[in-house]
Design a protein around this ligand. Structure first.
Ligand code: NAP
Length: 258
C-alpha cells in the first residue's frame, strides 16, 4: 500500500520543538511539503535553510487570532491548497485548580480551542477540495485522566473527543477525516522542565523523578516525540482511510480505563 506523502501539503502548528518538530521531520523525510509556525524565529530560520522550498516556516504566535488565520490562509494561497492539518496547541496554565483565575481559563481556552478552531476553519475550504484530506489534533491523556498539574488542559481536552466526532459527522461524507492523538508522558523540553522542577522541590535527582514517573507505565519508560509523530502519520495516511472521529492513545499503556 502507498503511504508516501510525496508532494502532499501538510500544515503543523508549533513545529520547532518537541512533538511538533518530530511530526514536521517525519513528513519532510517522506517527501511532503510542510508549513510550520512557532514564536521564536531562530529555529524557524534553521529549518527553512535546511529544507528550502519544501518548507514554509513562519513566526506566528497562536495566541494571536489574526496572525494564526493569516498564517493558514497565506500557506493555502502559496501552495494552492492543503492536504492535512496537524493542530499542535500551545501549552496551558500549570497552576493548581484552586488558583486558576477566570483570566487563566480564558487563556487556556484561547491556547487549546480558539487556535484549533481558527486553524481548522481557515483550512477547511481547501481540505474539502482535496482527496483523502484529514485533520489530527494533539490532545493528551489528561482528557481521560485529569492531571492536577494541568487542570485547565485536562478539562478542555476532554472536549476534543466530542469535537472530532462532531466534525466527522458533519464533514465525513465530504471526504475529510478528523482524529486526535492522546500522548502520555513524552520526553520533550516541557516534560523535562517539569521533571527538573520536581527534582529541585523534592531534593531528588531528575533521574529518580523520571524513574518514579515511569513506574506505573506498563512499558516502563517515557515515550519519544517520534513515537507520537508515527501515530499522527498513521492517522493522516491511507492506512487509516476508515478511521475518523477517534482518539488514539500513545501512552505506553498508562491509562488504565477501558
Ligand atoms: N510532552 C508531553 O508529554 C505531552 C503529553 C500530552 C500532550 N502534550 C501536548 O502536546 C503539545 C506540544 O507539547 P510539547 O511537549 O511538544 O511542547 P514543546 O516541546 O514545548 O514544543 C512546543 C512547540 O510549539 C511552539 N509553540 C509554543 N507556544 C506557541 C505559540 N503560542 N504560538 C506558536 N507556537 C508555539 C514552540 O515553539 P516556540 O516556543 O518558539 O513558540 C515549540 O515549537 C502541547 O499542547 C502539550 O500540551 C504533550
Amino acid at each position: 500500500m502507498e503511504t508516501s506523502f510525496r508532494e502532499k501539503r501538510v500544515l503543523v502548528t508549533g513545529g520547532t520543538r518537541g512533538l511538533g518538530r518530530s511530526i514536521v521531520e517525519l513528513y519532510l523525510n517522506d517527501g511532503a511539503r510542510v508549513a510550520l509556525c512557532a514564536r521564536s524565529g531562530e529555529s524557524l530560520d534553521a529549518i527553512q535553510e535546511q529544507y528550502g522550498s519544501q518548507v514554509i516556516a513562519r513566526q506566528v504566535d497562536l495566541m494571536d487570532l489574526d496572525a494564526t488565520q493569516g498564517f493558514v490562509s497565506g500557506v493555502v494561497a502559496e501552495w494552492k491548497g492543503l492536504d492535512h492539518v496537524i493542530v499542535n496547541p500551545p501549552h496551558s496554565a500549570t497552576v493548581p485548580i484552586s488558583q486558576l483565575t477566570l483570566a487563566d481559563w480564558q487563556k487556556s481556552y484561547e491556547a487549546i480551542y480558539r487556535s484549533m478552531l481558527a486553524v481548522v476553519e481557515t483550512a477547511l475550504p481547501s481540505l474539502l477540495q482535496q482527496e483523502g484530506a484529514s485533520v489530527v489534533v494533539i490532545s493528551s491523556i489528561a482528557a481521560l485522566e485529569p492531571l492536577d498539574v494541568v487542570p485547565a488542559s485536562s478539562v478542555l481536552r476532554g472536549g476534543i473527543a466530542a469535537w472530532v466526532k462532531l466534525m466527522t459527522r458533519e464533514y465525513g461524507a465530504r471526504g475529510v477525516r478528523f482524529n486526535a492523538v492522546e500522548p502520555g508522558y513524552i520526553d520533550t523540553h516541557i516534560v523535562q522542565a517539569g521533571v527538573t522542577r520536581t527534582a529541585k522541590e523534592t531534593g531528588r535527582s531528575p533521574e529518580e523523578v523520571m524513574a518514579e514517573l515511569s513506574q506505573p507505565i506498563p512499558l516502563k519508560r517515557f515515550g519519544k516525540p517520534e513515537e507520537v509523530a508515527k501515530a499522527v502519520y498513521f492517522l493522516t495516511s491511507e492506512l487509516a482511510s476508515y478511521v475518523s472521529g477517534t482518539c488514539l492513545l500513545v501512552d505506553g499503556g498508562l491509562v488504565r480505563g477501558v
